[in-house]
Design a protein around this ligand. Structure first.
Ligand code: NCD
Length: 320
């Protein structure tokens, strides 16, 4: 296991939320809030990463996560370099290590990595030099820690009493790193109730998501929920699609419509990590409607990534 904190308590890497405690997690969320309060009309800027280089290594397609890391790093005054891998070619660990070594030789301080292969972020973190850092920006179906942070930040802003909340994650949970990281973060914050809602083939194995309640039907899964998190069907992660509903069939049974939302609490918030498939997992009326906090999630994403980078900056080599 990779140690994510330095001996003095500063953040070294962010590979998973699993080993963070409540205090560490809340500290990151509180730090992110400082980039939101009073910044409604302009983007916050800080010199914390001045003279530092952040490399974005994205070996899987991404729009919002890549752009938000880029903005977060530049708003902290870093130089940013971006490497987009070919999503279709399987990137081998060794090749990736060579890329990282090359970038290290160019004085890269922070590596932000997205990969379709499990285990790569931890592997790379184990090889990079002292005083350098790695942030997991999405790893296969397993981990997406900054998404987990922005999701709980969004929830906390709307409904701070997390211990008394019922959160329903709806859709393709089986293949979702977003669901896994959200569940970790919610678990650390001791969420009242976590529900996993979706057709049987898209629900995770029963030994995962400890303590969550599973629903194979939408209506009972949404009943009295405070928070609904909709997920995309990740067909690109499936070996075979046998038993997976077509988009039309899925929308008929599990699509979030205004009518179906009535089963939830009247002040329910609806989240989605994006990219959204309108009229598949969510209707346009809900995605753009009064319960949607999807835009807020995107805004929070930059703030959370700034907070993670700022925390990591404290432990980089040569820090005064
Ligand atoms: C998600 C991802 O890439 O894991 N999107 C994101 O980070 N905003 C979810 C998805 O691709 O469905």
């Amino acid at each position: 296991m990779i140690e994510q904190f330095n001996r003095d308590g500063t953040l070294r890497h962010l590979i998973t939320l699993a080993h963070l405690n409540r205090t560490q997690l809340n500290a990151l969320l509180d730090h992110a809030e400082t980039y939101l309060v009073g910044h409604a009309h302009y983007a916050p800027r800080e010199p914390r990463l001045l003279g530092r280089t952040v490399a974005l290594l994205f070996f899987e397609p991404s729009t919002r996560t890549r752009v938000s890391f880029h903005l977060a790093a530049t708003r902290l005054s870093a130089d940013v370099v971006t490497l987009d891998g070919d999503a279709s070619s399987r990137v081998k660990g060794e090749t990736l290590l060579d890329t990282v070594r090359t970038l290290e030789a160019m004085h890269t301080d922070v590596f932000v990595v997205r990969t379709a292969e499990a285990g790569i972020p931890a592997l790379l973190a184990g090889h990079i030099g002292r005083g350098k850092a790695l942030i997991n920006a999405g790893e296969a179906h397993c981990e997406h820690p900054t998404q987990g942070l922005l999701d709980v930040l969004t929830i906390r802003q709307h409904k701070p009493d997390i211990r008394n909340l019922c959160v329903a994650i709806v859709g393709d949970i089986r293949h979702s790193r977003v669901a896994r990281s959200a569940a970790q973060a919610l678990g650390i914050l001791e969420v009242g109730e976590l529900r996993l809602v979706g057709p049987e083939p898209l629900l995770p194995d029963t030994n995962e998501f400890d303590g969550a309640v599973r629903y194979a039907e939408l209506e009972p899964g949404l009943r009295d929920a405070d928070v609904i998190m909709a997920l995309r069907i990740q067909r690109e992660r499936m070996q075979k699609e046998a038993g997976i509903p077509s988009n039309d069939a899925y929308f008929k049974r599990f699509g979030l419509t205004a009518e179906r939302l009535k089963a939830a609490r009247s002040d329910v918030i609806v989240m989605h990590p994006g990219p959204i498939n309108r009229e598949v997992e969510i209707s346009s009326a809900v995605a753009d409607g009064p319960h949607s906090v999807i835009g807020r999630q995107v805004t929070n994403g930059v703030a959370v990534r700034m907070a993670v980078l700022a925390r990591i900056a404290e432990g980089l080599s040569g820090t005064p």
